[in-house]
Ligand binder design. Sequence first.
Ligand SMILES: Cc1ncc(COP(=O)(O)O)c(C=O)c1O
Length: 474
Amino acid sequence: MVGLKGSRGSGTEMLLHNEAPPGSLEARDLACLLHPTTNLRQHHQQGPTVMTEARGIYVKDNQGNQYIEGMAGLWCTALGYGEEELIKVAEKQMRELCYSQLFAGRSNEPSILLAEKIQSMVPIEKGRVFFGLSGSDANDTQIKLMWYYNNLVGRPEKKKIISRQRGYHGVTMGSGSLTGLQPFHTNFDLPLTGILHTDAAYHYRGAKPGESELQYSSRLAANLERLILSEGPETVAAFIAEPVMGAGGVYTPPEGYFEQVQAVLDKYEVFFIDDEVICGFGRTGKPFGADTYNIKPTTMSMAKALSSAYLPISAVVVPEFMYEVLIEGSDQAGTFGHGYTYSGHPVCAAVALRNLELMEEREIIAHVERVSGVFLERLHALKEHDLVGDTRGVGLIGAVELVQDKTSKQAFSVDQGIGAYCTNCCESRGLIVRNLGDSIAFCPPLIINEDQIHEVFDKFSAALSDVAKFVASI
Ligand SMILES: Cc1ncc(COP(=O)(O)O)c(C=O)c1O
């Protein structure tokens, strides 16, 4: 517990003791911003890194340091930075029609064309596309649609949503509840009632000794079934999953996992919400994670690579049978009472559409499939290193998990902060990666070429030697 006004002393003034010169952007940041998803105390001690420009896969800070953006920002800058085609299309759309809504039957061409494009790509026939601005709002929409739908079809009890421990689905009230990570719940009074969490699909730490991936998948599917039965299948509306769990630590699903989970869901008429916010649009080497893992989603959420993060936009896709029910519901209530001022923002939609067209013209997904060979080879080769317990990856997403002892899988203690130390070493060597605990994630822009992939792993290997020296010294 902290004091009533939150401070342990005399407010944030006392925290402004990093080296930032007065008047610098760094000092001004510390005086005015509340940073999202940041250890705020550490931030005041370490100060910000202020980014100023970026091209391709490289970004620069205001001290003149250049980095490879090995995380594509927050898993999102798929086509890389400074893409003139997207800049041009945004400018043109701003001049023609800078804003238009989709409420009350108004529409705009970019939204129609983008919805058609998404419809043609997803594994949901005649899917209807609802636009938002973030992955979080997309997943909130998903929860609301499940509730709305089940009320309208006379199943008012069927409302619970099952997510997974270590899953990440956003931070709003609903999506933050779906997220299965403790910092997103503690002191926020989340998760909301009716949001449940089943096992993470994390074979390295979750499997019993000698348990194969397939056996592990069967056990998780059986646990899921037990949870559905103990809650009562008539109360469970949906299951939500990322094809590859991202922000929770980058876990590729174990063999047979989605097939077995899907069989359980089908048995109890539980819908599958496929959260493609990271995996969508080529990250796994196919258009969607659902294509890579043979998932048959009921509905889908997407964002991030949809616009390569040039502008914020998200989409939820629902099947026709749900849409028909929404028509009824909206007629009963007088309107379909859900939507945002910026749903179908024409500039965001125009940029997203051009982004998807460029991906097609440049055959980005085939490129990912091709270069992922080198990416995964370099990633998995790290398993030889004394500090690396596990490596996981598919397409152009991966992680290495650092451990104190490979044989026993003993982790470092949290307060040693080895993951964070490792990412600092990477940054000193000009590589941005992200530590999720002691798992270090890689998720470069999809345009990365083979030489640049080698550059990423050469820098990472050098940083790992720095970490090994540090570990030997403690
Ligand atoms: C799988 C997944 N879903 C949802 C979200 C939330 O997206 P946003 O940060 O745009 O709200 C994220 C963000 O990283 C994500 O990885």
